[in-house]
Design a protein around this ligand. Structure first.
Ligand code: S3P
Length: 436
């Protein structure tokens, strides 16, 4: 992928696409298959930098894997030979690249290992808060030292050991923190319990259950007993609804568009973007066709029209947190007003996404009111093509490529877009396909 994306306004968005595998599920598949007691065939693995880094980290920890479709750099189908909880000490640092999910989930696994390890990341990841996993994992008995320049940030030096179960009341609604604690809980004595302040994506719970580890969810209380075996299972990773979201919005706000997205994950803890767009008047149908690894997947069909802004409810925020950049683009092009509040977490993503969304909307001539926890966007505006920066954030790059397609006039150039490879390496090909 080149380091620039250029787009011109497009009147309609049509065709059919299969978006690549789900990022959250691919990370978890690499980890759980690696901890399993046998060989797992994982198909439609997301061959993006983030997930490949997690796979390589598992490789450094002694997990063997073979690529059966794709390449070493971009594996699509894999045979992962689990080592049944017998990981080995890595002889080098484990590089998580840009991925908060990779680093936080791996910290959960490494907390219980009888060896020392070091997790490192790129500049963005080295500025993101790790205290949120260090605190509960420390309570379980792990020693984790954050040695970054910024307090509480990577590199993380982990001295694992035997863990005790805890009951953890999570202060932030974070699936990454929940998952880190549950993964550590796999190796702890007794029953680990996590209380989440709001429902967050439940891929870890679903996948752990699929791999034979009983995880019980009662409302926002999630529990699992330590010492359970991870049983090898084959898995087909569904397409990523967060990647689909770019095309869903592009088609939904352009009258005359007709787009079909196949094989998309339709896990209800991820589809708030569809619920919200429907509430805005979007004509979207989503139909579940398969259920693999406990994850529903199916087809999304979108017909373009005129949308009306809405207020995002506090409980919806965690389930569309990654879609806020593209939702903001939908809001500015809709009638009425779009209100996105209670979203402080956006400030600690790959970039401060409140800041980067607001800057880029304004650069395209948009009017937006910024708050500490979100933004209010008056609708009915037109966007103008502009020179933009992704600030190294994949979702900003892609959301504003779509904004450029939907602009009233003028070409949009986004620089610094190699970051798109962290989650959607084929984005530019798909962009060409639906807009040609
Ligand atoms: C993810 C959880 C979310 C999300 C991230 C992926 C996961 O982060 O933003 O892209 O796979 O668990 P938080 O759980 O920290 O909000």
């Amino acid at each position: 992928m080149s380091n620039t994306i250029q787009v011109s306004p497009q009147r309609t968005i049509s065709g059919e696409l299969a978006v690549p595998g789900d990022k959250s599920i691919s990370h978890r598949a690499a980890i759980l298959a690696g901890l399993s007691d046998g060989t797992c065939r994982v198909e439609n693995f997301l061959s993006s930098e983030d997930c490949v880094n997690t796979l390589r980290a598992m490789g450094q920890l002694g997990v063997r894997y073979e690529v059966v479709k794709g390449t070493e750099e971009q594996p699509e189908d894999l045979l992962i030979h689990g080592c049944g909880n017998e990981l080995k000490a890595p002889d080098q640092e484990l590089d998580c690249g840009n991925s908060g999910t990779g680093m936080r989930l791996l910290a959960g696994v490494l907390a219980s290992q009888k060896f020392d390890s070091v997790l490192v990341g790129d500049e963005s990841l080295s500025g993101r808060p790790m205290g949120r996993v260090m605190i509960p994992l420390g309570e379980m008995g792990a020693q984790i030292d954050a040695r970054g320049e910024k307090e509480g940030c990577a590199p993380l030096h982990i001295s694992g050991g035997s863990l005790k179960a805890i009951e953890y009341d999570m202060p932030v609604a974070s699936a990454q923190v929940k998952s880190a604690v549950l993964l550590a809980g796999l190796f702890a004595s007794d029953t680990t319990v996590v209380y989440q302040p709001a429902t967050t994506r439940d891929h870890s719970e679903r996948l752990l259950n699929y791999f034979g580890v009983k995880v019980v969810t009662e409302g926002n209380r999630i529990s699992t007993e330590g010492g359970q075996k991870v049983t090898a299972r084959d898995l087909v990773v569904p397409g990523d609804v967060s990647s689909a979201a770019f095309w869903i919005v592009a088609a939904a706000v352009t009258p005359g568009s007709k787009l079909t997205l196949t094989n998309v994950g339709l896990n209800p803890t991820r589809t708030a973007i569809i619920t919200v767009l429907k509430r805005m008047g979007a004509r979207i149908t989503d139909t579940i066709e398969h259920q693999d690894g406990g994850e529903p997947r199916g087809v999304i069909e979108i017909e373009g029209g005129t949308l009306t802004g809405t207020e995002i409810l506090p409980e919806e925020v965690p389930n569309l947190i990654d879609e806020v950049p593209i939702l903001a683009v939908a809001g500015i092009l809709s009638e009425g007003t779009m209100t996105i509040r209670n979203a402080h977490e956006l400030r600690v993503k790959e970039t401060d996404r409140i800041d980067t969304v607001v800057k880029n909307l304004r650069a395209m001539g948009g009017e937006v009111e910024e708050f500490d926890d979100g933004m209010i966007i008056p609708g009915g505006q037109k966007l103008k093509g502009a020179q933009l920066d992704s600030y190294g954030d994949h979702r900003i790059a892609m959301a504003f490529a779509i904004a450029g397609l939907l602009a009233e006039s003028g070409e949009t150039t986004i620089v610094n877009t190699a970051c798109v490879n962290t989650s959607y390496p084929t984005f530019s090909q798909h962009l060409k396909k639906i807009s040609s």
